[in-house]
Design a protein around this ligand. Structure first.
Ligand code: ADP
Length: 161
C-alpha cells in the first residue's frame, strides 16, 4: 500500500489545499493530511485540534486520514511507511523554499520522495494568510474556502470563540 503525506499548517485549510489533497488521493492508496504544529509561522488563528476538525469537515474521502505531528516530517514518514511527501506549488515564490525542504528531507530520509503538484490556475495566489487577511477586513472568503467551514472562519476573525 502506497502512502503519501500532505503536510502543512492549514491555518485554516483552503480550496487550494483541498485540491492538492484530492489529487494526491487519486494517485496514492492512502493520504495523510499532516497538521504540523512546529512551524515557525506567526501566531495561529486556530489551534492544531481545530485545524484538524476543519479539515475533517472539508474532505470526505475514504483514503484520506488526518493527523498531527510536532517533530520532523521525515521521522513521521519513516514511522508511518510513507513513500511520498506531496506538496502544492503555487507561483514562483514557493519554489526556492520548497526545493530546499525537498532536498533536506531527501537527505534525511532517502526512501520518501517529494512530489510537487502544480496549483490550479485559480488557486495560484491563494494562501491561508490571504484568507485571514480578507476575512479580518470584512471581505468575502466564499470563493477560497470549503463552504462547510466558512462560517467558522468568519466567527473566529470577528474574535468569537
Ligand atoms: P499556506 O502557505 O497557505 O499557509 P500551508 O503551509 O498550510 O499553506 O501549506 C501546505 C501545503 O499546501 C504546501 O505544500 C503548500 O504549497 C500547499 N498549498 C497552499 N496553498 C495552496 C494553493 N492555493 N494551491 C496549491 N497548493 C497550496
Amino acid at each position: 500500500m502506497k502512502k503519501a503525506i500532505c503536510p502543512g499548517s492549514f491555518d485554516p485549510v483552503t480550496l487550494g489545499h483541498i485540491d492538492i489533497i484530492e489529487r494526491a488521493a487519486e494517485i496514492f492508496d492512502e493520504v495523510i493530511v499532516l497538521v504540523m504544529s512546529n512551524g515557525s509561522k506567526k501566531a495561529s488563528l486556530f489551534t492544531v485540534q481545530e485545524r484538524m476538525e476543519l479539515i475533517e469537515r472539508s474532505i470526505d474521502l475514504p483514503n484520506v486520514k488526518i493527523d498531527t505531528y510536532d517533530g520532523l516530517l521525515v521521522d513521521y514518514a519513516k514511522k508511518n511507511d510513507a513513500v511520498a511527501i506531496v506538496k502544492g506549488l503555487r507561483a514562483g515564490s514557493d519554489f526556492e523554499y520548497e526545493f530546499e525542504q525537498a532536498l533536506i528531507n531527501k537527505s534525511l530520509y532517502p526512501k520518501a520522495e517529494t512530489l510537487f503538484l502544480p496549483a490550479r490556475g485559480d488557486n495560484m495566489f491563494l494562501s491561508s494568510s490571504m484568507v485571514k487577511e480578507v476575512c479580518m477586513l470584512g471581505g468575502d472568503i466564499g470563493p477560497y474556502v470549503p463552504k462547510t467551514i466558512a462560517q467558522d472562519i468568519y466567527k473566529r476573525c470577528k474574535g468569537d470563540k
